[in-house]
Design a protein around this ligand. Structure first.
Ligand SMILES: Cc1cc2nc3c(=O)[nH]c(=O)nc-3n(C[C@H](O)[C@H](O)[C@H](O)COP(=O)(O)O)c2cc1C
Length: 217
């Protein structure tokens, strides 16, 4: 039986993600779109990827600029996410009224984001009705620290500056089953307990998930 696209979406929607805005600066034209098809690929060299719909009006700008920034949104930036996911004059002419700074590639790093990755495109692969952009990290950071691929004096100053515009207290914006979500509680369990529980349950023939649930009842 053929794979129904709505069902495909439904199943993929069970994978909870964060929400990002991918931005580019194409010779002074600022563009961005909301993206959750983003992931890290390699540590050495540091590589990330984003998948962009072939029909996206932003795609040619990303391609032509040769770089992009991934802005990881906080849970009070849902409005920005909605703006960068909808065609409007506010978006195309006023960049969703978003304040930003730049690091290395010139791609906009949105003020108030939780974290950013500024990267240069090293390859574009076909991915069905999407393009997969593989990019090498030039700079990345959160409110705690900003790091650069090439340590130059003036970049340290830029880093300190950008850091002050990033959010330190907020939680990430999440997306699950086609809806925006907020994380509600901090959940921590000692990893040693998990390992022991898993090993014990494997020996007992019970599932790790069940054992995990039992330990919290
Ligand atoms: C939470 C969320 C995640 C999205 N993820 C992606 C994505 O990974 N890739 C993509 O091409 N579009 C994604 N979209 C859709 C685009 O943001 C949307 O189609 C946008 O309007 C494209 O604009 P453009 O045609 O002006 O580039 C997402 C939308 C939302 C709300």
């Amino acid at each position: 039986m053929a794979i129904d696209k709505d069902f495909f979406r439904q199943v993929m929607g069970r994978f909870a993600t964060g929400v990002t805005v991918v931005t580019a600066n194409n010779k002074g034209i600022l563009t961005g779109l909301t993206v959750n098809a983003f992931c890290s690929v390699s540590l050495y060299p540091p590589l990330i990827l984003v998948c962009v719909d072939l029909t996206s009006a932003t795609l040619p700008h990303i391609r032509e600029s040769g770089a992009f920034a991934v802005n990881i949104l906080t849970n009070d930036q849902e409005g920005l996410s909605r703006c960068f996911a909808t065609p409007s004059a506010e978006r195309y002419e006023r960049f969703c009224s978003a304040d930003y700074h730049t690091a290395v590639t010139g791609s906009p790093i949105l003020d108030g984001a939780l974290a950013f990755i500024d990267a240069r495109i090293v390859a574009e692969y076909p991915g069905g009705d999407h393009s997969i952009f593989l990019a090498q990290v030039e700079a990345l950071g959160s409110s705690e620290q900003v790091s650069f691929a090439h340590d130059l004096d003036h970049q340290q100053q830029i880093g300190t500056y950008i850091r002050s515009y990033l959010e330190s207290e907020k939680e990430p914006l999440a997306y699950y089953q086609g809806q925006y979500r907020h994380l509600t509680e901090e959940y921590r369990t000692p990893s040693l307990t998990t390992t022991v529980t898993s090993a014990t349950s494997a020996a007992n023939g019970t599932s790790a998930a069940a054992a995990h649930d039992e330990s919290h009842t």
